[in-house]
Design a protein around this ligand. Structure first.
Ligand SMILES: [Fe+2]
Length: 440
């Protein structure tokens, strides 16, 4: 992989000598220790303070990719990016082997790498992670096995919003956690400058320089507003919700300001708007249900700004679900839940007999897909499409997709029309056969 890209300020992504997939953990995860710790038991139903952002200045994709790649995207007139959540690879129970847990994550990561290698400048420009990068919990010593190693050959920037597992903390006493919430996430995704990660060992990927755990990424043709929905298993929480939670409302001010800032560009047809938040506003999964208080917060901001996102992406529920929400008289918005990045595919507990299935103004369009996989989002500012690719270790195939007409604010086609399968490709290993880089 000698032709790997080098971004501005010497940013590195893929490792020059990525080896074969790992079969065992460098650091075994000890989740029972965390779940039974005094701090976690005392605080598991409480939100954690949000670390203050350095600023709310949007990230610009030009600062992460070589100029020639940005020019190619602009010339092509469209941008493509990857997204998924819940990629962490801790064992889900004692009987699961490390190789199986790692294999689930690797199947997804390897398919995403294949896309990048196969499609080059016309393919995904970056990966926007929907949270729960690391399980259980998101500590520094697990970043190698669960993030840097699986994505060692992914030669693109990886941006991320944290999930609840990334922010959860534990400790031997009940009054103070062993490490502050989001400590390792801040080190690896919110560094002040691009540099090697202390958690990547000898792998090349530079740390990401997001200004905080909520931020906006401005790319050609699309802006992605990422929010942090805190540490509870449910619901997702962005704000104080009128005094219900001990949080300040800075994220809501941020969301309103960002929507207001982007409104002119969106109305001029210059860019699409994506909202990303780990906990899904709506979910048909009884284990990880929707977060109505959070949804009310988001709605309030959209109404204040007079702009709604074109699609809302979430993770947390370990499966794929696609809703269409109708904002009466205004627009149809796909709400796509893709917590399928490699950790513990979980079936919905609710049995569905008929589709579409309605939850308030959300319409679940098709049966949830309980398989590992990832999203490919594409927009040319006229349409925006989201496709779900299953990568379950046997094959790689698109099993659902949706397209929005951005001028009409309507869903114009979805994967059901194509029988739910719009393309198929065989998985191929894109990694070099070179010997794996030794780890410290
Ligand atoms: Fe989660």
């Amino acid at each position: 992989m000698e032709d790997r890209i080098v971004g501005p300020s010497g940013r590195l992504y893929a490792d020059p000598t990525p080896g074969p997939d790992e079969q065992s953990f460098q650091v075994d995860n000890a989740s029972s220790k965390y779940y039974s710790s005094p701090y976690y038991l005392a605080h598991k139903n409480q939100v954690e303070k949000i670390p203050p952002a350095r600023n709310t200045t949007p990230l610009v994709l030009n600062d992460f990719l070589p100029g020639a790649m940005i020019s190619a995207i602009e010339q092509e007139g469209k941008i493509v990016f990857h997204s998924t959540g819940d990629t962490g690879a801790a064992k889900v129970n004692r009987s699961q082997t490390a190789a199986t847990a790692l294999g689930h994550e690797a199947a997804v990561a390897d398919a995403m790498v294949d896309d990048v290698v196969r499609l080059g400048n016309r393919g995904p420009a970056f990966f926007f992670h929907l949270g729960d990068v690391i399980y259980n919990f998101g500590e520094a010593q697990y970043y190698y096995d669960q993030f840097y190693e699986p994505y060692r050959a992914y030669d693109r920037p990886i941006f991320a919003i944290p999930g609840n597992h990334d922010g959860m903390v534990f400790g031997q006493g009940s009054s103070a956690p062993q490490a502050p919430t989001l400590d390792a996430f801040l080190t690896n995704f919110c560094a002040a400058a691009a540099k090697p990660s202390p958690d990547a060992h000898t792998l090349a990927r530079s740390v990401m320089t997001q200004p905080g755990v909520y931020f906006t990424l401005d790319a050609p043709f699309v802006s992605i507003i990422g929010l942090y929905s805190n540490v509870l298993d449910g619901p997702g929480v962005l704000s104080s919700q009128g005094g219900k939670f001990p949080l300040v409302d800075d994220q809501l001010d941020f969301l309103t300001a960002q929507l207001t800032r982007l409104k002119a560009d969106r109305q001029a047809g210059k860019r699409a708007i994506v909202l990303a938040v780990h906990h899904p506003p709506a979910s048909a999964d009884a284990k990880h249900s929707g977060s109505t208080g959070m949804e009310a917060d988001i709605d309030k901001c959209c109404k204040a700004a007079g702009l709604w996102p074109d699609v809302v992406l979430s993770g947390h529920a370990h499966l794929y679900q696609r809703f269409t929400r109708t904002i009466t008289g205004q627009k149809e918005i796909p709400y796509v839940v893709c917590g399928a990045g490699g950790f513990s595919a979980t079936a919905p507990k609710q049995a569905f007999k008929h589709f579409p299935f309605t939850i308030g103004d959300f319409r679940l369009e098709r049966a949830p897909i309980v398989k590992f996989g990832y999203l490919t989002v594409e927009t040319d500012t006229k349409t925006l499409s989201v496709a779900f690719t299953v990568a379950d270790g046997t094959s790689v195939r698109v099993e659902d997709s949706v397209t929005v007409d951005l001028a009409k604010d309507k869903v114009v086609s979805d994967g059901r029309a194509a029988g739910g399968v719009s393309s198929s490709k065989k998985s191929s290993k894109a990694k070099s056969k070179k010997k794996k880089t030794k780890k410290k």
